[in-house]
Design a protein. Structure first.
Length: 245
């Protein structure tokens, strides 16, 4: 929590196209604009953030989940089912998506956010159903308090869409989306089996050949008053399965 002697907030800023613009225009920024503050500084010095680092996260070994060994696959399916039932999320290891590809995708997204403002505005979204959307906050059109982030979202399945710049972005995104889609569908096969269903039950029931796949990249720049700002408000993803990097 913020201490009682936190610096006063900066004046409210008019609508910006990106938080990156605010940072570039004010390189010596020491306070955040008031419309980016989710709460004022707390005077309660006893407030603490509680964490429990010793609780192990569930781990799903993708290599075992896709193994030819019935025993190994059965055990992996069981662990996957437990993770879904008890936690709602899990870590996937040995997933087969090359580390270099993941790095290239992250780097490509970084290069996108580093582009000049006018280049990024070419992809500025007008609505939530746009195939490619660059924007800021969560929903800047209605947010009363702005999130400290910019984002890029683009639909990659069943029809592939992607920004055409920076160079090579589109090629990297196509490969990354294909490899991660394979992982997601295999995980869903395991989840189906963990529920006592046929492996392809979820896939067929939801017609995933026509299902939407979205890549979302978020940019969180350094914040001078992180105790007052939020990069992302509490929310629930509306999709079937989210893969986090």
């Amino acid at each position: 929590m913020a201490s009682s002697d936190s610096e006063p907030l900066a004046p409210r800023v008019q609508k910006l196209n990106s938080i990156r613009t605010l940072i570039s225009q004010s390189p010596n920024l020491t306070t955040i604009p008031s419309n980016y503050a989710f709460h004022q500084a707390s005077t309660d010095s006893t407030s603490v953030v509680v964490s429990e680092p010793d609780i192990p996260l569930p781990v799903v070994d993708f290599a075992l989940l896709t193994s030819d060994s019935p025993a190994q696959r059965s055990e992996a399916v069981h662990r996957l089912g437990e993770a879904c039932r008890d936690w709602g999320f899990f870590m996937v290891i040995n997933h087969g998506v090359p580390e270099d590809l993941v790095k290239r995708m992250i780097d490509a997204c970084g290069e996108f956010f580093d582009m000049e403002e006018e280049d990024k505005l070419e992809f500025q979204g007008k609505g939530v159903l746009d195939a490619i959307r660059f924007g800021t906050s969560f929903n800047a059109a209605v947010d009363k308090v702005m999130c400290w982030k910019d984002y890029l979202k683009f639909l990659v399945h069943p029809q592939f869409n992607s920004p055409h710049k920076p160079p090579a972005f589109r090629d990297v995104a196509f490969e990354y989306s294909s490899r991660t889609r394979h992982v997601a569908r295999k995980l869903l096969e395991g989840i189906s089996e963990s529920l006592g269903l046929e492996p392809m039950y979820i896939d067929k029931a939801l017609d995933l050949d026509k299902g939407l796949q979205l890549i979302a990249a978020n940019y969180y720049p350094p914040c001078p008053q992180p105790e007052l700002a939020l990069g992302m408000t509490p929310h629930s993803d509306q999709g079937l399965l989210t893969l986090l990097v």
